[in-house]
Design a protein around this ligand. Structure first.
Ligand code: ARG
Length: 226
């Protein structure tokens, strides 16, 4: 089955960018994480198969727009600009953009980013918001982890990225920390092709069931420990 016709058939094609733990990442040739499990749980509820494809973050919305995929679940933040191109489901997670720095950095709060070299993942809300930093020198990377690597090598001064991946990256790389004060508060949702109300309503119904039954929280708790 091809995406597009699949929404009415037996299979849903999901696209994501599996460089974003704990929401989506590779584990032994498989894409796992909160979004992958939510998508599988949704497909189960709808009695459909799911196929998950990995691609660059800034290709996700085009893939949905052109019908290459039925939806994207990618820790994607709902924002007004994106709403012009896709329709978002009800939100399934609260999120935030935070700042990662090296321990001992003179950057201790968002205001200190002025005039600094800031790493972001291309096309993310971190990229969009960092663009507003006065005299900021924005360095764009294909993967959030590449920005973090650049930070450890002192090529940049800070990384602006979503909180949960930030926590994972900092845990796995000595000498880094996440600043307490978040840069922005956001919400994640799944995106479908504009006008695909049939699929949107199915997804919203399944998301509601997963919330009401506590299944959603169980998936989150499996990947995020307080
Ligand atoms: N929440 C941010 C955004 O929507 C970053 C999402 C990045 N997701 C990913 N799977 N790489 O722009």
């Amino acid at each position: 089955t091809k995406a597009g016709e699949s929404a009415t058939g037996g299979k849903l094609v999901m696209v994501t960018n599996a460089e974003f733990p704990p929401y989506e990442f590779h584990e032994k040739n498989e894409i796992v994480g909160i979004d992958a499990e939510i998508a599988k749980a949704i497909a189960d509820k709808l009695g459909m198969e799911i196929e998950i494809q990995d691609m660059a973050f800034d290709s996700l919305i085009p893939a949905v727009q052109t019908g290459k995929a039925d939806f994207t679940a990618a820790g994607m933040t709902i924002n007004e600009d994106r709403k012009k191109n896709v329709d978002f489901t009800d939100t399934y997670a609260k999120a935030a953009q935070v700042i990662i720095v090296k321990e001992g950095s003179d950057i201790v709060e968002p205001d200190n980013l002025e005039g600094k070299k800031i790493g972001v993942q291309t096309g993310t809300t971190g990229d969009i918001y960092a663009a507003d930093i006065k005299d900021g020198d924005i360095k764009r990377y294909n993967k959030g982890m590449d920005a973090v690597m650049a930070l450890t090598q002192d090529k940049i001064d800070a990384v602006v990225i979503d909180r949960e991946p930030a926590k994972v990256f900092v845990k796995n790389n000595a000498g880094l920390k996440v600043l307490d004060k978040a840069f922005t508060e956001e919400e994640y949702a799944i995106a479908v092709k504009k006008g695909n109300t049939e699929l949107l309503e199915k997804l919203n119904g399944a998301i509601k069931d997963l919330k009401d039954s506590g299944e959603l929280q169980k998936i989150v708790d499996k990947y995020i420990t307080a």
